[in-house]
Unconditional design. Structure first.
Length: 99
């Protein structure tokens, strides 16, 4: 086993921000899917449905990156408090061993 240095708090904040954006994107994708189900579909092929779902996924990712809905930002603000608490408690070091 070897001991790896803990990544910096800035790196952790960046990773948390990306994770909250991904969470928001997943939520928006599910929302778009649910909204599409309410529209009566004309006879569409599997390929058309798959393309539409991929388009919705991309749209959800773009919306999450724009921070216009604020869900990801709110999650980040709530969860980043735990990073700050962890940093104060540990003094900015971590002695975990990884394999």
């Amino acid at each position: 086993m070897r001991v790896q240095a803990r990544e910096g708090i800035d790196s952790q904040r960046w990773r948390l921000r990306e994770a909250t954006r991904q969470m928001e994107a997943q939520f928006l994708h599910q929302l778009l899917r649910a909204m599409r189900r309410t529209i009566p579909a004309a006879q569409s092929s599997y390929a058309t449905q798959m393309y539409t779902d991929m388009m919705d996924e991309t749209l959800a990712q773009q919306l999450a990156q724009s921070d216009q809905f604020g869900l990801g930002k709110m999650l980040y603000e709530k969860l980043s408090a735990y990073l700050q608490t962890f940093e104060r408690v540990t003094g900015g070091t971590d002695d975990e061993q990884t394999g």
